[in-house]
Design a protein around this ligand. Structure first.
Ligand code: SF4
Ligand code: SF4
Length: 340
């Protein structure tokens, strides 16, 4: 790893050079919230964002993605990954991307995901402001922040810049990077430690303790009580950086010989998610709201831990902040069960 300093004044030039080189996707303001959008100008960049409405995984798996077009018995894959830079990703979202990398190659290598991922250079940045529901400082500590190419930490008068890969190295000619002092390296480490410590919300137990106890509550009536006000809207899934389910559909042209196959994000909290066709009828294997509610929490705390090396939740707080019924917060659900 190489380490440099980039002054506040030199950040603008660096980002402007990146924009001239390839599309740059970065946090920008959208009314009172933030989104990852293509940067038109460095003036739109908001490294002081708290969190974005949707996680950056939308760059690798778009909300709706064409997979194959077909015509008269011939088909063509819709693979056209363009080089791009994903700028300003917070550490918890970088962890989620590294989970996505693994998930999309575990049993079936997802060429659509990985072609986009490979074409993307990821530049992380530290959390300067906390989202009101964030708890990343107390969850998923087992997993390292990894898989990114460069990381910027805001310190006095500029940024400490860590260069981690060849892709990161290739960006060095675009900025006026200078030598860094030991004191600046220590200051940056302190900044990132404080970001973890200052999360507004906290889990009170370790991932291992949570994993075991939540599993013991699989048959508890707690899920029915907790999900009483659930609208089954699926928003808590849609905003989650570690949710990855999708639905595949075919769209036919008017003449029945051509069309396309596409996928779009799906959500296990919705009623129809678990509905399958059975001999002319249908069957729903998670018909009850409580079953779907339990399934999400089990997935986030317990089911995937052994495979991922930690829980499938990075503590971004997006689910909690987006739930109209205000019942999706993993911290309040987990802490309540842990205290029983
Ligand atoms: S928990 Fe909240 S966000 Fe999730 S499906 Fe229910 S109402 Fe929607
Ligand atoms: S479960 Fe909620 S807090 Fe955890 S990663 Fe998903 S959206 Fe973020």
């Amino acid at each position: 790893m190489k380490t440099f300093f980039l002054s506040d004044g030199d950040l603008d030039e660096f980002v402007t050079n990146l924009i001239a080189k390839s599309p740059v996707f970065a946090p920008v303001a959208k009314k009172t919230r933030f989104v990852f959008n293509q940067l038109e100008s460095v003036e739109d960049l908001r490294l002081d964002y708290d969190t974005t409405i949707l996680p950056p995984k939308k760059l690798f798996v778009p909300t709706k993605q064409d997979l194959v077009t077909f015509e008269h018995g011939k088909y063509e894959e819709c693979l056209a990954p363009g080089k791009k830079i994903l700028f300003g990703v917070h550490p918890y979202d970088i962890k989620a991307i590294s989970m996505m990398d693994w998930i999309h190659e575990e049993s079936n290598f997802d060429i659509y995901y990985h072609s986009n991922r490979k074409a993307t250079t990821i530049i992380g940045s530290n959390v300067q402001n906390h989202y009101k529901k964030a708890f990343f400082g107390s969850v998923c500590k087992e997993l390292k922040v990894m898989g990114h190419d460069m990381f910027l930490t805001k310190i006095a008068d500029g940024y400490l810049v860590e260069v981690l890969t060849k892709k990161g190295d290739d960006l060095l000619p675009d900025g006026n990077f200078t030598d860094v002092s030991k004191e600046q390296i220590k200051n940056a480490a302190d900044v990132n430690t404080k970001a973890d410590e200052n999360c507004p919300s906290k889990l009170k137990n370790t991932s291992l303790e949570i994993k075991h106890k939540i599993r013991m509550y699989y048959d508890s009536d707690v899920w029915k009580k907790k999900s009483e006000n659930c609208f089954s809207c699926g928003s808590c899934n849609i905003v989650c950086p570690t949710c990855y389910c999708f639905d595949i559909q075919d769209e036919w042209a008017l003449e029945p010989t051509s069309g396309k196959r596409y996928r779009r994000w799906d959500a296990c909290l919705t009623c129809e998610f678990s509905e399958v066709s059975v001999q002319g009828g249908s069957e729903n294997f998670r018909e009850e709201r409580a079953e779907r509610f339990r399934h999400r929490i089990m997935r986030k705390t317990s089911f995937l831990n052994d495979k991922l090396g930690g829980p499938a939740c990075v503590g971004c707080g997006r689910c909690s902040g987006t739930c109209t019924a205000d019942i999706a917060d993993p911290v309040s659900i987990i802490n309540e069960i842990m205290e029983k």
